[in-house]
Write a protein that binds this ligand. Structure first.
Ligand SMILES: [Ca+2]
Length: 337
């Protein structure tokens, strides 16, 4: 197929081969287009991340390369310094392209401790929820994983079921009278009757990623897998309904861990930080951070503790509880905007 002549060439042909324009004018136009294209491809024009975008966190992470032995094993992780989000210095191009929403920085809230309750210091907390006056908790580590009902006031384990030694307990949620628990790398989910703690039929389901956090919006299950992507599952078939990347104006947010659905938002611990992301489930955008700096240090006096992990919401009394892996306390906190 013959090449299509451009505007300058067509004008030259129409004029019998004699262009009324200087011969360098078309070339100048093509150069301008090329320069604009290079600016765009170099990322000057920001975009909200899409579902297929590779997670690339811009949040400073204290997390080293994750190894199974270090994340879940007996060796405790050091805690990270409080995260400081870098100030955005938009380029001239981004000033032209960014929407007013994208130019906003994500607000950071602090907290107050309302109450502190005892917590099993051997519980490697991976999932936490509150229902009917009790905490329900999933604990991890191979050979030590459980799902348990816990008395909030005393920390006493009222009932518990031990997982098979080859399963590492992770996220936990309650849906339609069933406790649903993830496992870390086995890609197996477990279903329990809330009352009897007996496993129900089907007792297990599978998923194609690692299992980290789990919660529900009352209709779908919402799970994290350590990346920036939340996966929404049908609560009966456990089929994937949709995926959603979590992001701020600075990029996607990886290492999403324990989850809780609070007042129409998804709250997520970010692994190895003392931050909770408050996520808009419609857009995936982090609406705000809750900075829990100081809680881990408060726990580490005289005891070896691991990272903050565990959010539970008492919907009846609108109370928020947080804890961590091997923490000897559960804190009721109030968010200070
Ligand atoms: Ca939770």
């Amino acid at each position: 197929m013959a090449p299509v002549p451009d505007e300058g060439e067509r004008r030259a042909q129409d004029a019998g081969g004699i262009s009324p324009w200087p011969h360098w004018l078309p070339m100048l136009g093509r150069m301008a287009v090329a320069v604009f294209s290079v600016l765009t491809l170099n990322g000057c024009v920001p975009k909200a991340p899409s579902a297929v975008q590779a997670p690339q966190s811009t949040i400073p992470q204290a997390a080293p390369e994750m190894e199974p032995e270090t994340r879940g094993g007996p060796h405790l992780q050091g805690t990270s310094s409080p995260v400081t989000l870098p100030t955005v210095q938009p380029t001239q191009c981004s000033l032209l392209a960014a929407s007013p929403l994208e130019m906003l920085s994500t607000p950071i809230a602090s907290y107050e401790i309302v109450n502190a309750y005892p917590h099993d210091p051997l519980a490697f907390t991976q999932g936490l929820l509150f229902a009917d006056g009790f905490l329900y908790e999933s604990t991890g580590l191979y050979g030590q994983s459980t799902v348990r009902q816990v008395n909030l006031e005393t920390g006493e384990v009222v009932r518990e079921t031990h997982l098979s030694p080859d399963l590492f307990g992770e996220g936990l949620t309650l849906h339609d009278g069933c406790l649903i628990q993830l496992t870390w790398q086995s890609r197996i989910g477990l279903v329990y009757n809330l009352v009897s703690f007996d496993t129900m039929s089907p007792t297990t389901f599978t998923y194609p990623t690692e299992g980290w956090g789990l919660t529900t919006d009352g209709h779908l299950l919402i799970m994290s897998d350590g990346t920036a992507t939340l996966r929404y599952l049908h609560p009966m078939t456990f089929n994937l309904v949709r995926e959603q990347d979590v992001w701020t104006e600075q990029g996607v947010v990886t290492m999403l861990n324990e989850l809780e659905y609070v007042h129409g938002e998804i709250w997520a611990n970010v692994w190895q930080t003392e931050r909770i992301a408050r996520i808009d489930p419609t857009t995936g955008r982090v609406k705000a951070w809750i900075d829990l700096s100081g809680l881990t240090q408060r726990m580490s006096g005289g005891a070896q503790v691991d990272v903050l992990n565990g959010i539970a919401h008492d919907a009846d009394q609108d109370r928020i509880f947080v804890t961590g892996k091997l923490w000897p306390a559960v804190f009721e906190i109030r968010v200070v905007e």
